[in-house]
Design a protein around this ligand. Sequence first.
Ligand code: SF4
Length: 363
Amino acid sequence: MAIAVRQPSILPANDRKQPIRSSSGLVEAGLADAAALPMLERVAASFAVSVTDQMAGLIDPTDPHDPVARQFVPTGDELVTTPGELDDPIGDGPYSPVKGIVHRYHDRVLLKAVNVCPVYCRFCFRREMVGPGSETLDGAELDAAIAYIAAHDEVWEVILTGGDPLILSPRRLADIVTRLDAIPHVGIVRFHTRVPVVDPDRVTPELVAALKGRRVTSWLMLHANHWRELNDTARAAIARLVDAGIPLLSQTVLLKGVNDDVETLTRTFRALVQARVKPHYLHQGDLAKGTGHFRTTIQRGRALMKALRGDVSGLCQPTYVLDIPGGHGKVPLTADYLAPDGDGGWTVTDPRGGRHAYSEEVE
Ligand code: SF4
């Protein structure tokens, strides 16, 4: 299979190709059949569409199962909603005291400064909230969100998410980071983003500098789902961040037909580690509307994690998690390896299924 690979580069903003944002654009680019136009229009009426040049360049249009196309090119399956699917599957709404803030956990808040993304993932958990028209917090709304953080001294970590915060200009990012830096109880600013893989030319030296405060520590959580996303250009963007001293973690969504097999997950997590990104979360697909065709069973996810545990380096082991619908938080789903033996000790199961007695021997 021929995959387009471009040399690492940082293109000036004016030289970057605009993303494909229309159904007709998908057809013109050879990413969808003309016969599919009516269906594409129906999907696009409900859920935003955008495919960056970087992602379009990775798609093999002759492969009907291309894992990159499956993530970004709409299909008619999105028009099917199951009874349990929700507008707000992880329950942001009930935990939003002011616009742009989600305060679900005691010591951290989400700051959703922007609700647009360079790409729109077909499985997005916030697909009812992101897209053109949602745009950014205005000046007064951002002031109110930052005032909320300043007034809550239990908030140690601020997670910029959205939307994709790295779509903001370096000037606006630097302004937000500087304002958070001035709040003494904020110790960590974390950015959740797909930009280094889906639009790596945005990761300019100016943008990297804007992410770093004078006092706070900045972390970056990269969303990547398949090793094919990590080509030379993406790895060069990641290197610019890591070389600047910003630690990177990753989150991956378990997606049927994209990465729900041991070989793909292994190769993806190894590619991340080799790029100096520690795999942190593997997410069970959220109950977002029109995404049932992407979800695997939890039983399947646990079996995949068990297979990885046996044969793949510990560096490549994320935690498999579920965001409980309704906003009740994130919990690990990984299989138990430990059970009481009924006699004060434990039975431990090894990665290959062998069972072993274990006594804690505590004095
Ligand atoms: S980048 Fe994140 S917020 Fe944006 S569409 Fe993809 S999953 Fe949703």
